[in-house]
Design a protein around this ligand. Structure first.
Ligand code: HAM
Length: 421
């Protein structure tokens, strides 16, 4: 029979990757707490309509990448391709918009997009996601942008570029969109890539951030959004840039940065690494003042970002000591010693030590070698003599000293070795 393998684009994360994920989550909790963020966990499955209306029906994510299926009750449901729409839904569902002035939330978890897998791009990937809800002030945009970069520094990742843009608002964007569509309409359609030809009518802004060199050359002279935003948006963006710069955070203005999800308004940003190939965006986000209304809620100005954990993991500096402290390897040399060895090993754990029982090793020599290689502090050996006398042989692995002690003293002997070795 064929052995069943994992689904294409889905990955198993053993250590050290899984440990890297824990390190990122721990650092995120530490940094975000300083800014008042609280953890939230939302479902992986949502009504398909949430993403159609929230992210936008014309986006690549909704048109081509969602894992959508009909559940047994006949409803169309979707494995979340991102967390923002679900968090906004949860926020509105919970009534927090009526109870709290500003709500700051973060979450970790898997997202699902049916993209073409390559290095740094998976179909199940993980995000660290932060959202600040019900805040319109540019100070919040600046706070969040600075927080992302402080988080990266805390992880030891410094060689990154922060890119900023402003996408305007519901008042100024329609005129810009019409202007851009006119401008693009004068191009030779056939010279654009297939995706851009499709985007021309439904999503003209996305033509600007197409990565194909041909499309980029063709649109080099296009009107860029930041030059056509209204005075309010201009003032908002100027303040964001001033505050971010004042915190010593370098950034570049990227006029082509329009983001792949339709909900963005005003500030948009990405954090890009040149070190990990073509999938260099390690974080992306921005303001999305219209999302709540798009999913049937009131107006809730908000801003957020998400980091791709697999991409961040590629940039994380190596750990100093990746292995957890291993205190005692417990060896039962014969079958009738196994129960006693089991009980002593358990007593060690109950006292807070890391003990591992080697169940009936076939060769004691090989078992000792294994224990040595595992960097255990000591080995507890249960052989026939020890069993008969109610004792255990304890060997320190730092200096090779061995002593036989009564069973009742085993835990305190190990405790002594742990503090002195
Ligand atoms: P996004 O730019 O689509 O934004 O994704 C954010 C990050 O997730 C990307 O910068 C990238 O690091 C990672 N990512 C995206 N797709 C993949 C993939 N297929 N494989 C591996 N990593 C991936 C959002 O998702 C927005 N919800 C961010 C946001 C939060 N905006 C406001 N609040």
């Amino acid at each position: 029979m064929d052995r069943i393998a994992t689904i294409k684009g889905f990955a198993d994360l053993f250590s050290p990757e899984s440990r890297a994920f824990t390190r990122m989550e721990t650092a995120a909790r530490r940094v975000f707490a300083r800014y008042g963020y609280q953890e939230l966990r939302v479902p992986v499955l949502e009504h398909t309509e949430l993403f159609q209306r929230g992210i936008g029906a014309a986006t690549d994510v909704v048109q081509k990448e969602m894992y959508t299926f009909t559940d047994r009750g006949g409803r169309s449901v979707t494995m979340r391709p991102e967390a923002t729409a679900g968090i906004m839904r949860a926020y509105l569902d919970s009534g927090r918009n009526r109870q709290e002035a500003v709500t700051r939330l973060f979450t970790f978890g898997p997202m699902f997009r049916y993209e073409r897998p390559q290095k740094g791009r998976l179909r199940q990937f993980h995000q660290i996601d932060c959202e600040c809800l019900n805040a319109a002030e540019p100070h919040v945009d600046a706070e969040m942008t600075v927080m992302v970069m402080r988080f990266m520094s805390e992880l030891g990742i410094d060689d990154l570029e922060l890119q900023l843009n402003s996408l305007g608002c519901a008042r100024c964007r329609p005129a810009y969109r019409a202007l851009l569509r006119d401008w693009l309409g004068r191009l030779d359609r056939d010279r654009l890539c297939e995706d851009c030809r499709r985007r021309l009518d439904a999503n003209p802004l996305r033509v600007l951030d197409c990565k194909m060199p041909g499309c980029q050359a063709l649109t080099a002279g296009a009107p860029f959004v930041a030059a056509h935003i209204c005075p309010d948006c201009r003032e908002h963006f100027d303040t964001v840039r001033r505050l971010v710069a004042a915190e010593g955070v370098d950034f570049t203005l990227n006029h082509r940065l329009v983001r792949g999800l339709d909900y963005y308004t005003r500030t948009a940003f990405e954090v890009v690494s040149r070190g990990i190939g073509s999938q260099g965006a390690v974080a992306g986000g921005g303001r999305y003042d219209g999302l709540a209304a798009a999913i049937g809620g009131p107006d809730v100005p908000a801003i957020g970002f998400a980091c791709g954990m697999e991409r961040l993991a590629m940039l994380l500096p190596a750990e100093d000591d990746p292995r957890p402290d291993f205190h005692a390897a417990v060896l039962a040399a014969q079958a009738d010693a196994l129960d006693t060895a089991f009980a002593v090993c358990q007593a060690l754990r109950d006292a807070g030590f890391h003990g591992e029982l080697d169940h009936m090793p076939r060769s004691m020599k090989a078992a000792m070698r294994r224990a040595d290689k595992s960097k255990a502090r000591c080995v507890l050996i249960f052989g026939p003599d020890e069993l008969a006398a109610g004792t255990v042989a304890v060997k320190r692995l730092d200096n090779g000293e061995q002593a036989t002690t009564p069973l009742a003293d085993a835990v305190s002997i190990v405790a002594g070795i742990v503090v002195t070795s």
